[in-house]
Design a binder for this molecule. Structure first.
Ligand code: F6P
Length: 364
């Protein structure tokens, strides 16, 4: 559909929240209203809102004033529910009639295209709906930074900043007591948050899912640091990190509503270090603190660029795409090329090499 035929677009936020969702919504609404004179409808509770007309909120520029800096999402969000994928055929929705209902709903409401702001699950749903005829542009959100096709996702910079300043605080107490402090950060199956926050806070050990670890090198690092005046060690561990030959730990031990919750590796590591070094060992799990609060300036700008570009792509008829950051430019990536895949930390990339060069123990 070309720009002059579009009258109304919808915007929704789906999956786990991340700082900057509101900044994207604001940019979408202002760009669509001012530059194209389109109406914008906010769809509440993610894709679920496409099944129920009570979940629609018209959004004018006035409604999005003052939300640029606010964490969370004014539209609410959900982690799947009706839009779950089949266990037998993971590329297909478990109930394909849900997609037809959603598309019919958009037709009935006069919604010509959607901006879907979310992570991997959102991309999968968007791809399904687009294939069936609903024009969608996606905006890559996740604190984990694990989406392919973009150098950075929004939310990552804020999560990283929160984790780094928390580790700075833990450093002073660890130093006072000569302790080993194990800090568990989020990131699912990738180590972007752990590696960036670990390097950014001067951690001495960083454990990421991409590099399975053993306990021996960690004990050696602690022992080496015992030769220093300040005999403390900061260990940053990604929730998805795992010991060589071991398995990822799950907070709930199993799947919950189709989503696996990671967690527990810091506690496990404490049990492996305690008694084997001359220090008290403590763990801190940063958890959802990393998802909360006001987005950093970098995230606010990225969100604003992403939101505006999503609207331009709809105007150009370039749907089925995800806005992305490549170097310093905002571009578009076709969703089918990146969906259901993950961007891991390159094993021999410059970040890992830099960490090694600084003598940071990566557990291998
Ligand atoms: O994907 C974002 C994320 O915060 C992950 O880092 C974490 O594993 C997961 O979501 C937590 O999910 P929930 O909020 O459902 O516990």
């Amino acid at each position: 559909m070309t720009a002059h035929k579009i009258k109304k677009i919808g915007v929704l936020t789906s999956g786990g929240d991340a700082p900057g969702l509101n900044a994207v919504i604001r940019a979408v609404v202002i760009t669509a209203s001012r530059q194209y004179d389109w109406e914008v409808i906010g769809i509440n509770d993610g894709f679920e809102g496409l099944l129920d007309e009570c979940k629609l909120t018209p959004l004018s520029i006035e409604e999005v004033t003052n939300i640029l800096q606010v964490g969370g999402t004014i539209l609410g969000t959900t982690n799947r529910r009706h839009f779950v994928f089949s266990k037998e055929h993971p590329e297909e929705l478990a109930d394909p009639t849900i997609a037809d209902q959603a598309i019919q709903f958009c037709k009935d409401q006069g919604i010509d295209a959607l901006v879907a702001i979310g992570g991997d699950g959102t991309l999968r749903i968007s791809h399904e709906l687009e294939k069936r005829g609903l024009p969608i542009v996606s905006v890559p959100k996740t604190i984990d930074n694990d989406l392919l096709g973009t150098d950075y996702t929004f939310g990552f910079d804020t999560a990283l900043s929160t984790a780094t300043s928390a580790i700075d605080k833990l450093r002073t107490t660890a130093e006072s007591h000569n302790r080993v402090m194990v800090v568990e950060v989020m990131g699912r199956d990738t180590g972007w948050i752990a590696l960036y926050a670990g390097i950014g806070s001067g951690a001495h050990v960083i454990l990421i899912p991409e590099i399975p670890f053993t306990v021996e090198p960690i004990l050696k690092q602690i022992e080496w640091r015992d030769g220093f005046k300040a005999k403390f060690t900061l260990v940053v561990v990604a929730e998805g990190a795992m010991p060589e030959g071991g398995e990822v730990l799950y907070r709930y031990g199993s799947e919950e509503g189709g989503m696996i919750r990671l967690g527990g590796i810091a506690r496990w590591l404490v049990t492996q270090l305690e008694g084997k070094c001359n220090h008290d060992v403590r763990e801190v799990v940063l958890g959802h603190l990393q998802r909360g609060g006001s987005p950093t300036a970098t995230d606010r700008v990225l969100c604003t660029r992403f939101g505006a570009e999503a609207v331009h792509l709809i105007a150009q008829g370039r749907t089925g795409t995800m806005v992305s950051l490549r170097g310093t430019s905002i571009e578009a990536t076709e969703v089918w090329k990146v969906v259901a895949r993950q961007k891991s930390v390159p094993y021999n990339g410059d970040l890992v090499q830099t960490a090694r060069g600084l003598g940071i123990c990566l557990g291998d």
